[in-house]
Design a protein around this ligand. Structure first.
Ligand code: AKG
Ligand code: FE2
Length: 289
């Protein structure tokens, strides 16, 4: 059975509603806590970056990613931030992709990471701070604990953070402990800064339903792969909320809850910068992708 068709939610929107704050209102610790634990489906902060910054990032991405067309097909989760100008280079991978697609070893990952970091930094050069530091500063202004970069729990190496993603993800849930062996995650949020969304649609929809277990690997031949492109029967009757997405906005959502993106006319006109943040037992927030 094909399960990759976007479908309307079949539950009722309930009282589980996102909060909106404007870009110059500081994020409060309490609101961030509520998103981390899933008491609210998200926090929307419109206009965290301006249209000129979005344009600059898009222009730089186009220049970096001559091979972007290659990311359009398949599971539609590929990353647009390519590893250099080399046509044969690989894109930055999320840990989800590493875990389920065995795309590269941790040794290869470590060798490539510095290049990815400088590429991410160069996307906003001259017009804005590094997109990752925008995320880190907003979180740190609200959070009493440390906000820092994640390290691999086994190898100890610092992990990359910040994926540029074209398209509209299908129904899935994110849980760091499934993607990175030994990751002592207590709570998790996804933080997205949207670079572009053509609209109408392309909004983030969060269901008040969790999914357990890491799913099947690509090699198993069983569907679904990971927790991605799941059948809509698992959110049947679930409460949900739709968080509007516009270019320049930041959304912070408890992304271990199932989520997808509402249908939009041209998925190639949608682009997000995404970071995961995991809360550890000592209250530290660690960032990775
Ligand atoms: O809006 C999107 O592109 C999806 C965001 C997402 O999947 C996440 O933050 O985990
Ligand atoms: Fe997600």
């Amino acid at each position: 059975m094909a399960v990759n068709t976007l479908q309307p939610a079949r539950g009722d929107p309930g009282s589980w509603r996102h909060e909106t704050i404007d870009a110059d209102t500081p994020l409060s610790q309490e609101m961030l806590r509520r998103a981390l634990v899933g008491e609210i489906p998200g926090i929307r902060i419109p206009g965290v970056i301006g249209p000129e910054v979005c344009e600059t990032v898009l222009g730089n991405l186009l220049a970096f990613s001559k091979q972007r067309a290659a990311y359009a097909g398949g599971l539609n989760i590929g990353s647009a931030l390519a590893d250099g100008f080399d046509e044969n280079a690989k894109a930055v991978k999320s840990h989800w992709e590493l875990r389920y697609m065995n795309a590269m070893t941790w040794e290869e990952y470590g060798a490539r990471k510095p290049g990815w970091e400088s590429m991410r930094e160069s996307l906003t050069k001259g017009v804005a701070p590094d997109l990752l530091s925008i995320v880190q500063h907003r979180l740190q202004a609200a959070w009493p604990g440390k906000v820092t970069r994640a390290r691999h729990p086994v190898t100890g190496q610092e992990l990359y953070a910040g994926i540029l993603r074209p398209g509209a993800p299908k129904l899935h849930a994110d849980w760091a402990a499934d993607d990175i062996r030994g990751m002592p995650a207590v709570h998790q949020i996804g933080i997205s800064i949207y670079i572009r969304n053509q609209g109408p649609g392309g909004d983030l929809r969060v269901f008040r339903t969790l999914v357990a277990g890491p799913g099947n690997t690509a090699n198993s031949g069983l569907v679904p792969i990971g927790n991605y492109d799941l059948p809509y029967s698992i959110v049947d009757g679930a409460e949900y909320d739709v968080i509007p997405v516009r270019g320049g906005d930041m959304i912070i959502a408890p992304n271990r809850y199932l989520h997808d993106v509402t249908p939009c006319p041209d998925e190639s006109m949608r682009m997000a910068f995404g970071v995961h943040a995991v809360m550890l037992l000592d209250g530290t927030l660690v960032l990775f992708s």
